[in-house]
Write a protein that binds this ligand. Structure first.
Ligand SMILES: Cc1ncc(COP(=O)(O)O)c(C=O)c1O
Length: 411
């Protein structure tokens, strides 16, 4: 058999999906599984989105659309960026993709040659590593542990940019940590970015409408407008509008760079389906009450999750202020055991929690932080309460037995 291209060996199946599959299997066996593992918003878009689809159907051409995106949709995207505080973009600055993931893939393909550097903070969204590895880029991980609230500091960024990566990739609000950078923090990072003109900037801002506590959403280009000529801002309908399966992502950036993305679209996907574009247009231009209400609802759930976690002795959880994730440091459990199962690391922990308590979470090592795990808290409130209570009882049942056995063996 002829061999597969080397890049296929560099692409790993998502660790998140592995847990989700195991959770699905346990559910199929009749187990009462609480699923905190997948990052889905768990709500549907408003009926106006479905109505727009029904209205579109009699007019559907069945043909190819444009590589950049339908003009009406591009206008809606420009308006959406404007409402997010990002003024001055035109149709020439924006384009679409099959979800933000494909936009990011296109961006990395457009900006990175093999061996070029890409720098981003840890914890990171898993696809950052996978996409960079498929493309043969050199990854520079910038560790942001819980002790620094999982946030990148200006000094850290300055040091990283001095190594002259081709791309700096930034995620705010963050998956997996739910952290949101304040106005001042973004302004300070923008100052550093302005000093390093040789690096492209990608900001993955797809959770920007899910920000709590009045902290607001900010982007570097608002503080240093000259960064616009090398900054690409990604957004998506997936999380904000409850439309992950509709696969609509978009990006604003400098004209020439966006043109390159349109060329990649013409070769990768040709276009979004017209029917999807009709739904996207309705979501962006229709009533915004559902996304707004979800922001409020998620902030209440965040309180519930953080309060429950902080009651557990030794668990630390920097307070998330956006998205719908919490990322507690559970390393206090390492070296203990549960039901005789040794817990040496985050993977043992998540496996035992799923097998013994039927709660699915994602080990932090999937995101580059092995002391933590990710809880996605969009499930119905009764499930959330049940899952949190089970996590608390899991901790209460941990035993030092394993540590004692190891100590005894060493003695
Ligand atoms: C940080 C981040 N960026 C991008 C994406 C991709 O989103 P989309 O569904 O638009 O492809 C996700 C999805 O989980 C994400 O969490």
């Amino acid at each position: 058999m002829p061999r597969l291209a080397a890049r296929t060996g560099r692409a790993k199946p998502s660790a998140i999906m592995v847990i989700a599959d195991k959770a699905r299997q346990l559910k199929a066996e009749g187990k009462d599984v609480v699923n905190f593992s997948i990052g889905v918003p768990n709500f549907l878009p408003g009926d106006h989105v479905y109505q727009a689809v029904r209205d579109w159907m009699p007019h559907d051409s069945g043909g190819y659309g444009t590589n950049r995106g339908a003009p009406a949709l591009l206008d809606a995207i420009v308006a959406h960026f404007r409402e997010s505080g990002l003024d001055g973009y035109t149709r020439a600055n924006v384009t679409v993709g099959i979800g933000a993931k494909q936009v990011l893939y296109n961006l990395c393909e457009a900006l990175l040659d093999e061996g070029d550097g890409i720098a981003f903070a840890t914890p990171y969204w898993t696809s950052y590593v996978d996409i960079a590895e498929i493309l043969g880029a050199k990854i520079d991980l910038l560790p942001c542990p819980p002790e620094q609230n999982y946030k990148l500091t200006p000094a850290q960024l300055d040091r990283a940019l001095a190594r002259r990566p081709r791309v700096f990739l930034f995620n705010n609000p963050s998956n997996p940590t739910g952290m949101v950078y304040t106005r001042d923090e973004i302004a300070a990072l923008a100052e550093v970015l302005a000093k390093h003109p040789d690096t492209w900037i990608i900001t993955d801002d797809i959770y920007n409408r899910l920000v709590f506590d009045g902290i607001g959403y900010h982007n570097f280009v608002q503080f240093r407008p000259e960064l616009r000529e090398r900054t690409f801002i990604m957004d998506s309908l997936s999380k904000t509008y409850g439309m992950p399966g509709w696969r609509v992502g978009f990006v604003a950036g400098p004209e020439a760079g966006v043109k390159a993305l349109v060329t990649l679209n013409s070769n990768h996907i040709t276009c979004l389906p017209e029917i999807t574009e009709a739904a996207a247009l309705a979501a962006l231009t229709g009533p915004q009450d559902i996304p707004q209400a979800k922001g409020v609802e998620f902030s209440k759930r965040r309180d519930e999750v953080v309060n429950a976690l902080l009651k557990i002795p030794g668990v630390k959880c920097p307070r998330p202020q956006g998205a719908f994730y919490a990322f507690p440091d559970i390393s206090v459990a390492f070296g203990k055991s549960h039901n005789g199962k040794p817990i040496e690391n985050d993977i043992d922990f998540c496996k035992a929690l799923l097998e013994d308590k039927f709660v699915a979470t994602v080990p932090g090592s999937a995101f580059g932080e092995p002391r933590s795990l990710r809880i996605s808290y969009t499930c119905p409130p009764d499930q959330l309460q049940k899952g949190l209570a089970r996590i608390q009882s899991f901790f209460a049942e941990l035993s030092d037995e394993r540590v004692e056995r190891v100590r005894a063996a060493g003695a």
